[in-house]
Design a protein around this ligand. Structure first.
Ligand SMILES: O=C(O)CCC(=O)C(=O)O
Ligand SMILES: [Fe+2]
Length: 310
């Protein structure tokens, strides 16, 4: 049985920056997860993204396969990815669609879009959502910088949030009859790879976190949906920057009988940004645990090992 979990709630519109930054710090140190409210992305737009996502995943398979994932953009069918690389089962019971940077040339031309004939509102809806979540993410990064006792422009100055390598990912978990496969997950246990993830969920249960990476067996706790809130979590690159002060928490999505949709936004640093332990997070007695790494190289390698096919 999973435990009940009360994640901190961060109000992005609060005028009290100091206390918001302090709550973010506590959330990232203890959970690596929090809820984000008043983030500036309207409910109406979020609902539209879910509607358009459902329309896309309902298309015949041969239409979806015309947009098969290339350069990490486009459609991946069920079992294409296995987020828990150590597990033996065949892959995750989910289908996905990825959209990469939209305005950042030459990356923007790599995106694939469903035909306007079938889905006329798809592209403008996704583009608008992408832009709005980027704005929310940039604002959140200024508070995360304050939470780390850095200047609020830190992530901008080191080039992380300028033309970020951010990916919008639509997810569809079709669900399965109970006990069909003991060891099938919608998304198997993993931590996210990058800087921060902003997740919108549809209210169907399934997402769980395990706070202590090294506890065996892991203790799983349910993350509840909160209307209008993003579920934000810290990724591995942020964990590397902070020398594990902020945790990139293990999470998974259980496969249940109920169909589930979610929309993840992976706000990753600019590909050329070098992620190196922050001075304030290391010392002689606590040296950096990870060597510096170029963000683009790190992310590419993580995709290489988790994708079994497109
Ligand atoms: O669908 C969800 O709730 C979470 C998905 C997720 O963890 C991921 O795609 O990295
Ligand atoms: Fe994830």
């Amino acid at each position: 049985m999973a435990e009940k979990l009360n994640l901190p709630i961060i109000d992005l519109s609060s005028s009290d920056q100091a206390s918001t930054a302090q709550t973010i710090r506590e959330a990232c140190v203890h959970y690596g997860f929090f809820y984000l409210v008043n983030h500036g992305v309207e409910d109406e737009l979020i609902n539209k993204v879910f509607d358009e996502s459902k329309k896309f995943f309902s298309l015949p398979m041969h239409e979806k396969m015309k947009l098969t994932r290339k350069e990490n953009r486009g459609y991946s069918p069920l079992f294409a990815e296995k987020l828990d690389t150590s597990a033996k089962f065949m892959g995750d019971l989910k289908e996905t669609f990825n959209i990469g940077p939209i305005k950042d040339l030459p990356h923007s031309v790599l995106n694939q879009w469903p035909s306007e004939e079938f889905l006329p509102s798809w592209r403008p809806t996704m583009t608008s959502y992408y832009d709005k979540v980027i704005s929310a993410g940039k604002k959140l990064l200024t508070l995360i910088a304050l939470a780390l006792n850095l200047d609020e422009t830190f992530f901008e100055k080191i080039g992380a949030s300028h033309n970020p390598h951010a990916f919008l990912r639509l997810l569809h978990y079709p669900g399965e009859p109970a006990s069909l496969h003991e060891e099938t997950y919608g998304a198997s246990a993993h931590s996210d790879y990058g800087m921060i993830t902003l997740l919108a969920t549809d209210g169907v249960r399934g997402l769980q976190i395990s706070r202590e990476k090294d506890t065996k067996p892991p203790v799983w706790e349910d993350v509840y949906h909160v209307n209008g809130a993003f579920i934000v979590n810290i990724g591995d690159l942020m964990e590397r920057w902070t020398n594990c002060l902020f945790r990139s928490t293990l999470h998974r999505v259980m496969s249940t009988e109920q169909e589930r949709y979610s929309v993840a936004f992976f706000f990753e640093p600019n590909e050329d940004c070098i992620v190196k332990c922050l001075d304030s997070c290391c010392s002689e007695i606590s040296p950096p645990r990870f060597p510096p790494v170029r963000s683009g190289d790190y992310l590419e390698e993580r995709f290489r090992v988790t994708f079994l096919k497109a």
